[in-house]
Design a protein around this ligand. Structure first.
Ligand code: ZN
Length: 365
């Protein structure tokens, strides 16, 4: 085997002057330090870190700026909403004033990642690099706006155990929320496929896809310098949402997610620095991937045991699956996550499902 190529710079972050923090087996080399909005923090001479605001629990998304020869590329873009647009404009007027945007990498189709991509691509006439499936999802959802949700979507909420009041609220709430936080995307994109190598400045980034959170979420791995731009694939503190999606209700997203965790566990060296979309950069990727997988397996086991005692619909499992109260703001996400766990148990032969009055009742024998 060839010896490891010399890194482009010292990736240890040891000289940044912050005190590293250890928490639950992970090391945060910069401690709690993070750039403020409008600031670009140099993680390395050719790699900048900034943040954009996100409403709700997430609070922020991390954006990465990569030296790209005669300019810079960005990885992820933030929601297309006034708070983010103002931050981008401030950066273009200040820290990025003399520099040229070359291209936009987007890890996956979720609005906090793809939101500003179209606006930026159209404004600066630069290409969007995205996995084709993720691209098509984003393009589809930005055009899919209706007065009411499709009837089969409402039926799936009934299947999950939603009561009439909640279904009616969804019916009257319209369809097409996605388009509200995502700018118009240009007609074309540049495809990123699993295993593809992309040269950006002096670095080679390898594309690694994973399913379950979205169909083909892209992470970018710099094996030479020991870094991964992880998107939502590997987050340090929160668990990525894994939901049954209306675009593929018969699929097994949790099975795909677990396969993805194993794939990244096998491919990434233990000492890699993870640059997550939410939270702070950390090392300890194997510890984190193992804990994420174990957490899902524990919940699957607990769910199967409970379903031996009594039958349940998706909404009946919230208390078992989540450590917190599920209020209206996260009810849809919790439903998707619950259905993903039940579906995985069913597809692996551990539980059965019986449909009564449109609701799916799961039980183990
Ligand atoms: Zn996401």
């Amino acid at each position: 085997m060839a010896s490891k190529p010399t890194p482009a710079y010292d990736a240890s972050l040891a000289d940044h002057g912050f005190e590293a923090k250890e928490l639950k087996g992970l090391t945060y080399p910069l401690g709690d330090h993070a750039p403020t909005y409008g600031e670009i923090y140099p993680l390395a001479p050719d790699l900048g870190w900034t943040r954009m605001p996100v409403p709700g629990n997430l609070a922020h998304i991390n954006i990465w700026l990569l030296d790209d020869g005669d300019g810079y590329a960005i990885a992820d873009t933030g929601l297309f909403m006034p708070g983010t647009i103002d931050q981008w404009k401030a950066l273009f007027g200040d820290a990025l004033a003399d520099r040229k945007l070359t291209r936009i990498f987007v890890t996956h189709f979720h609005p906090d990642h793809v939101g500003c991509a179209g606006w930026l691509a159209n404004k600066f006439k630069v290409p969007i690099w995205m996995n084709r499936t993720e691209w098509l999802m984003a393009r589809m959802l930005t055009s899919d706006i209706k007065e009411h949700p499709p009837e089969e979507v409402l039926e799936r909420r009934v299947f999950a155990g939603w009561d009439e009041e909640r279904v009616e609220k969804m019916r009257s709430g319209g369809w097409g929320n996605f388009a509200r936080a995502v700018s118009r995307l240009p007609t074309g994109h540049v495809r990123m496929d699993d295993g593809q190598m992309i040269r950006v400045g002096n670095r080679d980034w390898t594309v690694m896809t994973g399913g379950g959170h979205t169909p083909e979420h892209v992470s970018l791995v710099d094996f030479t310098n020991g870094m991964v731009i992880a998107g939502d694939q590997i987050l340090p503190r929160i668990t990525s949402n894994v939901s049954t999606m209306d675009s593929e209700p018969e699929a097994d997203p949790l099975g795909e997610w677990l396969a993805g965790l194993a794939k990244f566990r096998a491919a990434l060296p233990a000492d890699m620095l993870v640059l997550p979309a939410h939270g702070e950069p950390f090392t300890g990727v194997h510890v984190r991937l193992d804990r994420l997988a174990a957490g899902h397996h524990e919940r699957l086991d607990a769910l199967e045991a409970a379903l031996r005692e009594k039958e349940m619909r998706g909404v009946d499992t919230f208390g078992l699956l989540f450590d917190r109260e599920i209020d209206d703001s996260v009810y849809g996400l919790a439903t998707g996550e619950a259905m993903a766990h039940l579906r995985h148990l069913q597809l692996t032969g551990r539980v059965n499902c019986e449909v009564r009055d449109g609701a799916g009742w799961y039980f183990a024998v």
